[in-house]
Design a protein around this ligand. Structure first.
Ligand code: HEC
Ligand code: HEC
Length: 458
């Protein structure tokens, strides 16, 4: 059995978001998410223990000191910060997920987009995501949700950890980096347990899981659950941004931020909420009142992702060493292990080639470079990409030898049809002057900057 403490803290992380999934939405995919994730969350929330430690998570400030961590989370922190758990030693989880940078980073890599691993000159292939708010990701699942454009029900992947959702939850995620030869490069679980047993925090592990923890058949799972518990602790989800203050009436937006917020939520303009979801509230009862309800003022209902997957067609990043091979493509979801065997029969896995998980936009201003491959250096470029990818592709993609713009150049041609081209903001064709568009982009960037938690502000 895993410790109740760790289970509980972890559950709180997810159950804290339950209201998000229990109500009807009004923005395309948002509605789809609420429906589906509500179904899939019922299985993993509301355990009998979930009330016991609720005061320990979700309420205090980001710079909570260690004394405020329950012992299981403190153990998780020790493991997370231990550079002795890589081979050769020197790289901890925290080397790539730095507490001061919203838990992202690249271990001092010379290539900003991707981290270097524990061995010299060994690099990863994807950008390190921020771990902020990722404890809220529901366990990976397929859910039946209405298509944004057609409204027809379709089965789609939701939740999980990693850009391609290949780890079902944060407990299962931990083994990824530990044994990845491009990251921490440990040989096996036995070696991990041996090193924790020899560490200064071995006695803490015994205090949390019992004296015999290291001889337990479930030792690895127990230690991994401590890490997941730590990742669900308040410092990873502080809710201390200007936006949170604004929601709760403690701050006012500048004119630019206010315009950016409006464009962000407007389904005809940014339409950003349709994937970077937020604002649903349990009081949101359009159906019964027949009236448009206001968006929620509860920060916990604003995670800025619905944890679904989409194909954006980000430009190829030539700085990634693996991309020197022109036949190499990172296809995201469809390339994850067992994609074909786990997908229900009505899911066409090939249509998910190029799909990556929608990241939360909380702390996005300090989480660059942008997209799964870090192809765009600045937040302004990431936002501008949405509005001009189809109107001015030459801005984002290189030209082929014959002079044509190599649009969607990070995907093989057979998957170009997977790229989302239908809904706003991609449908900008003409009619807007560059000046208007520039202002809208600047406004949205200003709004996104309000999503930086105080503990991560630079
Ligand atoms: C060498 C850099 C590096 C190290 C060390 C590292 N990570 Fe990561 N982490 C990454 C990258 C890169 C990804 C994205 C990989 C992918 O999606 O395929 C990631 C993804 C994650 C995710 C998924 C987040 C999301 O948004 O889906 C979690 C959780 C995580 N790491 C936790 C950890 C833990 C716990 C450790 C230590 C046991 C660790 N990481 C060590 C670079 C690193
Ligand atoms: C149809 C779904 C969808 C819509 C609509 C959408 N996004 Fe995204 N967004 C995603 C996905 C999926 C990714 C990750 C894609 C990748 O890395 O390949 C992403 C990534 C991003 C990133 C990069 C984050 C990071 O950490 O690298 C930013 C910034 C962003 N979106 C902002 C916006 C803004 C602003 C809007 C509205 C103008 C918007 N998005 C609309 C799905 C969407």
């Amino acid at each position: 059995m895993l410790s109740d403490n760790d289970r509980t803290v972890r559950r709180e992380g997810k159950s804290g978001v339950t209201p998000l999934f229990l109500v009807t939405g009004k923005f395309g995919r948002l509605g789809r998410n609420l429906l589906g994730a509500g179904l899939l969350l019922t299985a993993c929330v509301a355990s009998p223990q979930s009330a016991t430690l609720s005061s320990s998570a979700g309420s205090s400030s980001a710079d909570a000191d260690e004394a405020r961590l329950v012992p299981g989370d403190l153990l998780g922190k020790r493991i997370f910060e231990d550079p002795g758990l890589s081979e050769p030693p020197g790289v901890a989880c925290a080397s790539c997920h730095e507490a001061t940078s919203a838990y992202r980073g690249n271990n001092g890599s010379t290539i900003p987009a991707i981290a270097k691993g524990s061995r010299a000159e060994v690099f990863g292939v994807r950008k390190t995501p921020s771990l902020g708010y990722m404890a809220y990701s529901p366990d990976f699942s397929f859910a039946s949700l209405p298509n944004d454009v057609t409204g027809k029900l379709e089965t789609v992947p939701v939740g999980g950890q990693f850009w391609d959702g290949r780890a079902v939850d944060q407990e299962r995620q931990v083994e990824g980096p530990l044994f990845n030869p491009r990251e921490m490069n440990l040989p096996d679980k036995a070696e991990f347990i041996r090193r924790v047993r020899a560490s200064p925090y071995a006695s803490l592990a015994q205090a949390v899981y019992g004296d015999t923890v290291f001889d337990d058949a479930k030792a690895f799972e127990k230690l991994a659950s401590a890490v997941a518990g730590y990742e669900a602790s308040p410092r990873f989800k502080p809710f201390t941004s200007k936006f949170d203050d604004w929601l709760e009436g403690r701050a006012t937006f500048t004119e630019e931020e206010r315009r950016g917020y409006q464009a962000f939520i407007d389904p005809k303009r940014g339409n950003c909420l349709s994937c970077h979801a937020g604002g649903e509230s349990s009081e949101h009862e359009e159906k019964t009142t027949g009236q448009k309800s206001p968006l929620s003022r509860n920060p916990r209902n604003w995670l800025f992702t619905d944890f679904t997957y989409d194909v954006l067609g980000a430009p190829r990043n030539p700085a990634i060493p693996d991309n020197a091979d022109p036949t190499h493509f990172d296809l995201g979801f469809c390339q994850r292990p067992n994609a074909d065997s786990i997908a229900p029969p009505d899911v066409n896995v090939a249509s998910l080639c190029g799909a990556f998980k929608t990241p939360s936009l909380r702390n996005v201003a300090v989480a660059g470079p942008y997209f799964h491959n870090g192809a765009l250096a600045t937040l302004r470029d990431a936002v501008a990409f949405y509005f001009t990818r189809d109107t001015n592709p030459e801005r984002w993609y290189p030209r082929n030898a014959n002079g044509d713009v190599a649009k969607f150049n990070d995907l093989p041609p057979e998957f170009w049809k997977n790229v989302n081209v239908e809904q706003p903001p991609y449908n900008r064709k003409s009619g807007e002057t560059a000046v208007e568009l520039d202002q809208e982009i600047d406004d949205i960037v200003a709004f996104l900057k309000t999503l930086t938690d105080k503990s991560f502000a630079r």
